[in-house]
Design a protein around this ligand. Structure first.
Ligand SMILES: [Zn+2]
Length: 84
């Protein structure tokens, strides 16, 4: 199936987790492609090449980068901000 006639109904996601560099947060990288033709999906409404303390995408918007932590690693001020 070619990308031109594909309806992109089925998608596959690839998630990888990267250890924080120089004390930075761990990051989850998410990529989604059409399962039939391989066309990459773009993430919408996310800042491009933003700071590592919040979700951002690469310049093509095809690689979502999200900081992650296990519960006891989350700083109190971050938790407080989420609640408010
Ligand atoms: Zn497709």
């Amino acid at each position: 199936m070619t990308q031109q006639n594909c309806k992109h109904y089925r998608a596959t996601a690839k998630v990888s987790v990267h250890r924080g560099i120089d004390g930075g947060p761990r990051m989850a990288n998410v990529k989604i492609r059409c399962a039939d033709c391989g066309e990459p999906f773009e993430f919408l409404g996310v800042e491009t090449e933003g700071p590592t303390d919040r979700p951002s995408v690469d310049v093509k918007a095809q690689d979502l980068r999200v900081p992650i932590a296990v519960r006891n690693e989350v700083e109190p001020k971050t938790t407080k901000k989420k609640i408010q």
